[in-house]
Design a protein around this ligand. Structure first.
Ligand code: J5X
Ligand code: AKG
Ligand code: FE2
Length: 374
């Protein structure tokens, strides 16, 4: 089993690199039909979207419980929410956007100098999940884990400092925010720091988690109705914090409602629940299926901070949420082990770590359809 997150992805199909900016007509290779992705055609018109939560206590009657209630409700109903007053400065959000745009507007042969290696995690390339689809996505990605310096040097041999400074500052601020969000979300389930030993250091501080930063670029597309920016997936994280530029594209899937657009709100960030929180919460807070669609005229950029537990930590349903009526539904996994599982099974990854739980003592569930559990 791999032990670091950088070891856990399987080799990619080799892929021709398209310069999406110069393509005037959608090639067959990028034309999706409903058989490529059974959700593609399904676009609902919806008036409701994910909640916007103000993280400033002063705007919540100085009552942290109000925030916890909002968050708990959002996690149950949507698996995602937007946050405002989150303490990440507008300046830093602007800087990271500029850094991303600068990177993606480099000539293709320059970007390929930092190409992700076939069995690697970091660098430039198509989304890792591409190998599960026969059609190509209308996007480019750049993944950073820890220091960006090695790749930045490949891209800008002399002039890599500014890029690195912005990325490092962003990672530092996101790490703090992700820790805070994790405790708020767990808090809404009645979980405190005493209940999650692996997340707390000797002085009561939140232990530094592992994380990846994913820059996604979605050029304007001549035929957006038939293209796919980033195919439907759940993140293999505890939680993901996403910044999108002023162009919409992110959609979350809600049972009964279909695909719901998450409108960009200037300065707001999107938080979504990943598979590891699904496991930790023993299924109470399901990870959210989401995707990115593309646009005919506008360029779209998004920056995802993918937050996971410290390396080596085995994550399993929290014991406070488990009893004889609520048996653990998932086995323990480390982040790198789960990333390997995702790379192999993709949308079946979560069910592949699910435990078989007898229904009320019946071991063969299919013979007892309709029996109520619990
Ligand atoms: C830490 C992570 C999480 C990864 C793999 C690795 C680095 C890049 C992440 C993403 C980012 C884009 C969607 C996704 C599905 C993908 O293709 O690459 C993510 C994947 C996961 O959440 O599984
Ligand atoms: O571009 C987006 O809005 C979605 C990106 C995303 O889902 C990811 O990077 O995991
Ligand atoms: Fe995602």
């Amino acid at each position: 089993m791999p032990s670091r997150i950088s070891d856990s992805c399987r080799p990619h199909h080799s892929q021709k690199h398209f310069d999406l900016n110069s393509i005037k007509e959608l090639p067959e290779s990028h034309a999706w039909t409903s058989s490529n992705d059974h959700y593609t055609q399904e676009n609902s018109c919806n008036f409701e979207s994910i909640p916007v939560i103000d993280l400033d206590n002063n705007n919540n009657n100085n009552n942290n419980n109000n925030i916890l209630d909002h968050i708990g409700h959002a996690c149950k109903k949507w698996g995602a929410f937007q946050i405002i007053n989150h303490s990440i400065s507008e300046k830093l959000l602007q800087d990271i956007e500029v850094a991303g745009k600068t990177l993606f507007s480099l000539p293709m042969q320059q970007k390929l100098k930092a190409a992700r290696s076939p069995d690697g995690v970091t660098g430039y390339g198509a989304a890792r999940i591409s190998s599960f689809f026969s059609k190509l996505m209308w996007s480019e990605g750049f993944t950073i884990v820890g220091s960006p310096i090695e790749h930045a040097r490949q891209l800008w041999p002399k002039d890599y400092n500014k890029f690195c400074e912005v990325i490092e500052e962003y990672e530092k601020e996101m790490e703090k925010l992700a820790g805070r969000l994790m405790w708020l979300i767990l808090g809404s389930l009645g979980i405190t720091k005493d209940d999650v030993k692996w997340a707390v250091g000797p002085k009561g501080e939140t232990k530094e988690g592992c994380a990846a930063l994913q820059l996604n670029s979605y050029p304007a597309c001549p035929d957006p109705g038939r293209a796919m920016g980033l195919a439907a997936h759940t993140d293999s994280t505890i939680l993901t914090i996403l910044h999108q530029n002023n162009t919409s594209g992110l959609q979350v899937y809600q049972e009964g409602n279909g695909w719901v657009t998450v409108p960009p709100i200037p300065g707001a960030l999107v938080v979504n629940i990943g598979d590891l929180l699904h496991i930790l919460s023993n299924g109470s807070y399901p990870s959210v299926l989401h995707r990115a669609v593309v646009n005919r005229t506008r360029y779209r950029l998004s920056v995802a901070y993918l937050y996971g537990p410290p390396s080596g930590v085995r994550v399993s349903p929290l014991s406070k949420l488990v009893d004889h009526r609520h048996p653990p539904l998932y086995r323990a996994v480390t982040w790198s082990e789960y990333l390997g599982t995702k790379a192999k099974y993709f949308d079946k990854a979560l069910s592949s770590v699910r435990l078989c739980v007898p229904l009320n003592g019946f071991t063969d569930a299919k013979d007892h359809k309709g029996v109520q559990v619990g």
